[in-house]
Design a protein around this ligand. Sequence first.
Ligand code: GSH
Length: 283
Amino acid sequence: MNQNPYQLPKVWTWKLQSDPDNKFANINRPVSGSTQERKLPVGKHPFQLYSLATPNGMKVPIMFEELLESKINDADYDAWYIDIEEGDQFGSGFVAVNPNSKIPALMDHTSAKPTRVFESGAILLHLAEKFGKFLPSDSQNRTECLNWLFWQMGSAPYLGGGFGHFFAYAKEKMQYPIDRYTMETKRQLDVLNQLLKNRKYLVGDEYTIADIANWTWYGQTVLGKLYQDSAEFLGVKIYEHVIRWAKAIDARPAVLRGCMVNNTQGDADKQLRERHSKDDFLK
Ligand SMILES: N[C@@H](CCC(=O)N[C@@H](CS)C(=O)NCC(=O)O)C(=O)O
């Protein structure tokens, strides 16, 4: 047990912390809104995406690339790089698209007055409905698809903000939060494993936006792509059905391209800082 537990003050107050090892923590504030005037760039395509290749960010270029792969050429897009470590999400232009200052954020210029869309789940649903793709048309399967889409949106913060934060990012390894969020992450992986025992994809035989949303988090976790050595720590080998599902999605050309968009880390051939044309992947 920690000999010096945190002594709760009566009222919490914000102290600006300056930590050279954690730029990201330095820009967090307990208030919302923009901190600087900054216009967002607008390219030539109908959809303007402002994002970064995190698990939440990746969902959207994967969706666009899947639509384009299905020959829906009207789904062309520009993807602009938002550097959240440098505070781009607090620029006035970005805040006007997403008042919550988080990537991904989308401007849909196909409407007379451009439509803003934020929250990755809402963006996937918006595009799926607009193009009639990756969302089942019959009522029962549509509802099941939304069940798993919203399950992901509610569950992944325990995996990312909980497990990932305390396992990989927190300077000190603290057993209490690591135990708590590891338990929950493993429970969630087991939920998916039980489901995928009898289904090819989350809703059945059809690949949907529920698979896209869940793959970037749970699929990438079992494939060892998130949070350093977390796959070994989480003992992911036992989630054999999740691994089979994750590998199948990982092999899709649109997923490969989507993961490259707004990515500036890792292997050079997997990086594409901004995407403005399909030819950008060939450079
Ligand atoms: N529920 C949101 C979560 C988005 C989110 O947390 N984005 C993170 C990166 S994955 C972000 O922009 N963080 C910047 C910040 O917290 O200032 C979604 O799915 O769109």
